[in-house]
Design a protein around this ligand. Structure first.
Ligand SMILES: [Zn+2]
Length: 402
């Protein structure tokens, strides 16, 4: 007898090349069977999902869920299992001085799986800016904590922002890389200086530092230090990095996502591998809204359903080295499943510069299954729920919630 049966959904799982109506049976927190028809009598609980899209559990590769230790941390389940997302990668909210908050206070209190990166700044994002002095980096402490929490900490995070670069120069990302390599874990680097103070050409020195498996985040940033040169052309090091296996993640957040930059990258043929939110409390209200809305943006940019699903399931699973367990509905994998709907309508979504994109399809979460346990979505990030802003007749003064 299976614990759970999802009946009649349209399964979209690029990792197994599955796109069609299938039933999925779950037992003991793993995917037990996937077939065109599995009898209801074989399961103790049956959920009818006909007409819905069923994907591997969504993975948000860049978010901030260290609430209480940083000012803007979202509760993991708000951006996670109650938003269609089964796994959240915390992109370096904690440093070695604060990391204990995760295993002691955050992870035990949520259902969403959290995979943290450790910030090279020892206080993580407890303050803004993060790195404010040479003493902000404690390499020895970073190595010690990465070792103490081996198996939990996935990688080291560095942010190419001011004043970190003014204090350390390129020594900052080099120290982060050293910590990552000595710990045998990944490196994730934020590009785009929100202070707009440093030489944009620094990207050309940074990219060669990244090795196969490392992650560049904010690929579509319009801030100095992004991947485009002054003429809007991709710096050659970007393609070289992707060719040797560096993961390109877009993230979004409040300051580092531009449709214009994105279109230029896409037009030059270098597509992102992963899409993510960079979710924070104010970002959730004003700019990012949800992982499903990030997926909506990429459908709107012309990506196919399979491409969009790949960028938030199979690819981030590989980017964090967890593809044996996450990002796929193959039999034997952890039973992480997202049930989504695609609504049709006339909406508009915005990037962080206020540029708009009209979309006629929007993803909304329906159900989330995490290790076999079923969660319903909450009301959603906007007063009307999960859908984006409506396109209003010209001359209308109403401009949505924000
Ligand atoms: Zn971030």
């Amino acid at each position: 007898m299976y614990d759970l049966l999802l009946k009649g959904g349209t399964v979209v799982d690029p990792s197994t090349a599955l796109h069609g109506v299938h039933d999925i049976a779950v037992q003991d927190s793993t995917i037990a069977r996937i077939a065109p028809s599995i009898p209801n009598e074989e399961a103790s609980r049956v959920l009818e999902v006909t007409g819905k899209i069923v994907t591997p559990g969504l993975i948000d590769l860049h978010a901030h869920v260290f609430g209480g230790f940083i000012g803007n941390g979202v509760h993991p389940d708000l951006g996670g299992v109650h938003a269609g997302v089964t796994t959240i990668v915390d992109a370096g909210s904690a440093g070695c001085a604060t990391f204990g908050g995760f295993p002691n206070h955050i992870i035990p209190k949520c259902h969403t799986e959290i995979i943290p990166f450790l910030h090279i700044c020892q206080t993580g994002l407890a303050t803004t800016p993060d790195i404010i002095a040479e003493s902000s980096i404690n390499l020895e402490g970073t190595l010690r904590v990465a070792d103490q929490y081996k198996g939990l900490i996935c990688g080291i995070k560095a942010r190419m922002v001011s004043p970190a670069l003014e204090i350390f120069g390129m020594e900052m990302p080099r120290l982060a890389k050293r910590a990552a390599r000595e710990s045998g874990i990944k490196l994730m680097v934020h590009i785009g200086d929100t202070e707009k103070r440093y030489d944009p050409g620094v990207i050309r020195e940074l990219l060669p530092l990244l090795e196969a498996g490392d992650i560049l985040t904010h690929y579509f940033t319009a801030n100095p230090g992004g991947v485009l040169d002054a003429n809007g052309k991709l710096v050659p090091e970007a393609r070289e990095a992707a060719d040797r296996g560096v993961w390109l993640d877009t993230a979004h957040g409040r300051m580092n996502f531009s449709f214009d930059v994105g279109r230029r990258c896409i037009d030059q043929g270098l597509l992102p591998h992963c899409i993510s939110t960079d979710l924070t409390v104010p970002g959730r209200i004003h700019t990012v809204h949800s992982m499903t809305e990030i997926m909506t943006r990429f459908l709107g940019l012309g990506f196919t359903l399979e491409q969009v699903v790949t960028m938030c399931t199979a690819n981030p699973a590989k980017a964090i080295g967890m593809e044996h367990r996450l990002g796929s509905l193959a039999v034997g994998r952890q039973a992480d499943i997202s049930v989504l709907d695609i609504h049709e309508g006339d909406w508009v979504v915005y990037d962080v510069l206020g540029a708009s994109l009209q979309v006629d399809r929007a993803f909304v979460p329906v159900l989330t299954v995490k290790r076999g346990q079923v969660f319903e979505p909450d009301w959603g990030p906007r007063p009307w729920g999960w859908e984006p802003d409506r396109v209003l007749p010209e001359g209308s003064s109403f401009s949505g919630c924000c």
